[in-house]
Design a protein around this ligand. Structure first.
Ligand SMILES: Nc1ncnc2c1ncn2[C@@H]1O[C@H](COP(=O)(O)OP(=O)(O)OP(=O)(O)O)[C@@H](O)[C@H]1O
Ligand SMILES: [Mg+2]
Length: 378
């Protein structure tokens, strides 16, 4: 896959790792942005780089609340593999043994049957990581792992996708672990990705979170990067995009990677050969729109209940937004406070977010247009 236009973010994380291993302070990173802008692929790229450098890494995706896997279990499960690898590197330092013991205690607290500590041979260390209180235990674990990472010439990074789905308590625990590690100048970092409400949630969880994280807005691709995202995969197969064909797709995609990908794919399928023409592109965009409506947009629309849809439809009058919550309420003939629960559920479902007090916006680019099309048809 071509990861276009994200050199700055990749560089920021390269610098973080260099500083960390040199024993210099560095801030954790939060990537935030709308749906489909490329947060997950970027997070994966950063994780791959950390792994290539021999870092102890864990990668998790926070669940929507409900019947979710507890955060502690997710952390334990995902670290298990990384620690078995670290164990296999033959370093037999006291610090590594201690970290493995703490990990085992942490895991056994999550799952007493030992299923999350497979292959870790050491005894759980008494009193580290097993109090049952997430902030305390995660902090113990972060500190001991980061300490052990010194012997591996590496660091520790916890990658959390869809981080806005963590509860405030879980976010506070993550902040505390980062904070305590950084106070001790230890190399434990979080790289989080989530919707635009994530920085606000972190601030709510811990007032000092602003100082812990570098917040990077992941936005649409600029024109050169968008063009590269579209044409380089074809280049690799020896297929060329005519300039006017690329322009048709890039115009329709408005710099959003997910749309570039979709229209690029449908155009590719429509094209007879090289070069891809403007006629192919027009057909590809038409077909791509149909698929986006059926999948990307409809999947989200169907996640909303009737009253939530009414709320979204009232927002859609403002296009991509944002909308004033008071205005939305008056369109629906209701009081703002009466709509609080509906708004909260839409936020919890990740369909909308609040960019500022009294404002609400779609987290899905193009959702307003979809809703208008949808309502015209019915
Ligand atoms: N920089 C990029 N260059 C080329 N393609 C990209 C880039 N970023 C993302 N893509 C493509 O766009 C699509 C969406 O990316 P991704 O799933 O990472 O978005 P996201 O921000 O995580 O979305 P969501 O909020 O829905 O999880 C993917 O198919 C990916 O391959
Ligand atoms: Mg994602």
């Amino acid at each position: 896959m071509e990861l276009a236009g994200r050199d700055m973010e990749i560089e920021a994380f390269d610098v973080l790792r260099d500083r960390a291993v040199a024993g210099r302070p560095a801030q954790s990173i939060v990537l935030y942005g709308l749906r489909g802008v490329g947060k997950t692929v970027l997070l994966n790229e950063l994780a791959d780089r950390a792994i290539a450098d021999g870092w102890i890494t864990a990668r998790i995706e926070a669940d929507l609340s409900g019947e979710r896997t507890p955060f502690r279990n997710q952390v334990a499960q995902s670290l298990n593999t990384a620690l078995r690898h670290a164990q296999g590197r033959g370093v037999r330092s006291g610090r590594l043994r201690r970290a493995l013991s703490t990990f085992k205690a942490f895991s056994l607290t999550a799952s007493p049957d030992g299923s999350l500590a497979v292959g870790i041979e050491l005894d759980p260390e008494g009193g580290r990581g097993d109090t049952g209180s997430l902030p305390a235990d995660l902090t113990d674990l972060a500190i001991d792992l980061a300490d052990a990472a010194i012997d591996l010439d590496a660091g520790v990074a916890l990658f959390i996708d869809e981080m806005q789905h963590l509860s405030l308590d879980e976010l506070a625990a993550v902040c505390q672990a980062c904070h305590e590690a950084s106070q001790r100048n230890l190399r434990f970092f979080v790289v989080g990705a989530g919707l635009p409400n994530l920085p606000g949630l972190l601030a709510e969880a811990k007032s000092y979170s602003e100082r812990l994280f570098t917040y990077l807005l992941i936005d649409r691709l600029d024109p050169d990067a968008a063009r590269a995202a579209l044409t380089r995969p074809a280049d690799d197969e020896g297929v060329e995009w005519a300039d006017d064909a690329a322009a048709v797709v890039l115009d329709a995609a408005r710099g959003y990677p997910y749309f570039i990908q979709q229209y690029g794919q449908t155009t590719w399928n429509a094209a007879a050969g090289s070069p891809i023409t403007a006629v192919d592109a027009a057909e590809g965009v038409r077909g791509g729109r149909v698929l986006l409506d059926r999948g990307f947009f409809r999947a989200r629309w169907e996640r909303a209940t009737k009253s939530e849809r009414d709320y979204l439809a009232a927002m859609a009058l403002d296009g991509d937004g944002p909308s004033a919550t008071g205005e939305v309420a008056s369109r629906l003939g209701r009081k703002i406070t009466a709509l609080g629960p509906t708004r909260a559920k839409l936020i919890a479902k990740g369909l909308v977010y609040s960019p500022d007090h009294g404002w609400i916006a779609f987290s899905v680019p193009g959702m307003a247009d979809f809703i208008r099309r949808e309502l015209e048809q019915s």
